[in-house]
Design a protein around this ligand. Structure first.
Ligand SMILES: CC(C)(COP(=O)(O)OP(=O)(O)OC[C@H]1O[C@@H](n2cnc3c(N)ncnc32)[C@H](O)[C@@H]1OP(=O)(O)O)[C@@H](O)C(=O)NCCC(=O)NCCS
Length: 159
């Protein structure tokens, strides 16, 4: 398995990860509307293409098959991990960790923290993030996440 930066030509494969992972990940954790609306808003061909061109998207490959993706972008000067998805049958094999490491390595030198927002009901993901050092942030973008989502952050500056 290897991780590399995604380019516009990878957009269909990146999108496929979302279409296959998003509904399974959120079934039972979020409302059917959240699942349908999220697919339309964040996994449309345009949204995936924009993420690749304007942010940083990395993909994990098993041979030549794309089995996971991570997408980062900037919001109010903060780097935010918008997406981290591993195909259901590839979860629990180190792919998520490899993508997280790849994402951190791709950030500009000197980046102080990596933020993300996660559904408060998504305990598997929150457990994964905690295990990898994410906690509650000191500062966040001003965007109000509402009651269903929470911010987490990883300090990237060694003390
Ligand atoms: C969350 C997700 C990205 C993690 O990726 P993954 O490939 O399944 O995780 P990995 O196999 O890389 O796990 C790496 C390590 O984290 C640990 N880990 C994974 N889930 C954990 C949890 N819930 N609590 C504690 N540790 C956890 C693993 O035990 C492993 O530890 P090890 O290196 O000591 O063996 C993946 O499961 C996924 O795509 N889930 C569905 C979509 C989702 O919820 N994405 C996040 C949206 S915010």
């Amino acid at each position: 398995m290897r991780v590399r930066r995604a380019w516009p030509g990878d957009a269909d494969a990146v999108r496929e990860v979302g279409l296959k992972t998003w509904p399974v990940a959120y079934e039972g954790l979020a409302s059917p509307e959240f699942i349908v609306d999220g697919l339309a808003a964040w996994w449309s061909p345009e949204a995936v293409d924009r993420g690749i061109r304007q942010g940083i998207t990395m993909i994990a490959l098993d041979d030549e098959k794309v089995v996971g993706m991570v997408g980062l972008g900037q919001e109010e000067g903060f780097w935010v991990m918008w997406k981290l998805y591993v195909l259901p049958q590839y979860q629990g094999k180190g792919v998520g960790k490899a993508l997280l490491d790849g994402a951190i390595a791709a950030l500009p030198a000197g980046t102080e923290q990596l933020l993300l927002d996660v559904l408060i009901t998504n305990e598997p993901a929150i457990g994964f993030y905690r295990k990898h050092g994410f906690g509650l942030p000191r500062t966040t973008p001003a965007r109000d996440l509402g009651v269903e989502l929470m911010w987490m952050s990883l300090d990237l500056q060694s003390p």
